[in-house]
Design a binder for this molecule. Sequence first.
Ligand code: SAM
Length: 356
Amino acid sequence: MNYQDIIRWLKCPPGPEVYPLRDRADQIRQQYVGDAVHLRGLVELSNICSRNCLYCGIRRDNQAITRYRLTADEVLDCARKAVDFGFGTLVLQGGEDPGLSKDFIGELISLIKSETNLAVTLSLGERKVDEWAAWREAGADRYLLRFETSNSQLFNYIHPPRDGHAPCDRISMLKTLQSLGYETGSGVMIGIPGQTYEDLARDIELFGELSLDMIGVGPFIPHPQTPLGAGQVSDAGIDQVPGSVEMGLRVLALARIVCPGANIPSTTAFATLDRQAGREMGLCWGANVVMPNLTPLQYRKLYEIYPSKAASTETAEESRDAAFRQIEHLGRTPGSGRGDSPHHLQQTTTSKRKEG
Ligand code: SAM
């Protein structure tokens, strides 16, 4: 699929004209990753963040939230739940919290690995190469770092660099993660104020160029305690992409077409904007992963990256039951085992063969 085709799909009117895109993505999903839907237990490790992203509700300057960080014991309880529930992966996500030190995370990974067979995915933002290397050494399998938008001017605006630092280059960070042997994932938000269709088409092309193992996309959801959510940024005068479920699903389908063997979740943003059908629609438009939330209930509401986040009042058991029900409703099957990315497995086998 070339750039012009991507633009055509992004701009085509909603309704029946766009259904062939869904059908093609669903067929490719079935051919490359099958009918299994892999379940990842999501643990929101900390809402403490040293960054001040204009889009994110846990940004440093949001004084309106109570901050928390889970203890190692609390995380281990989540890991045990993931095993009991039959999940193959634990995803540890959090703000760029200095308290999530190299040693703390390294020890946490070792503890999880010594007690369980879970794959461990980290999503802890921009960290030092020696931290990423140590965590990989400790057994971490995967790393997620969304580049958010390929428009570097827009990215640097919505994601200001640390004081006195040069702008961040998440593309080169993703290459570093790949060179460390992580299964590497990235993605974007859809409908960032100032984002054009051309930006979004370039994002999708970049998924393919980066040869990603995992892709997470979802609509941008305004948070009133952030500059972008409070309407302080004008998108007037540009061909603004809407932050709708409908547009998000097109991006999901296009991601599946450009990266057929990637693991692609139906993200919480879809379920937040459409409680009834958001997650299932994602699974019909190319997704093959869901991430039930295992974060202890007392912290759930505090990880408010955007308002009214889905599952923020559900127990872990309720999140699990909802996920199983939705998978069954679609006639799909819950995945077993770790659910590694077929793309990554193939790349590793090919490079081993070359070495041999
Ligand atoms: N700090 C890590 C990082 O930046 O990669 C991980 C945590 S961050 C909260 C996880 C993701 O949440 C971001 O990559 C971003 O795409 C998404 N996110 C944050 N605020 C959002 C919003 N208002 N609407 C939609 N997604 C949002």
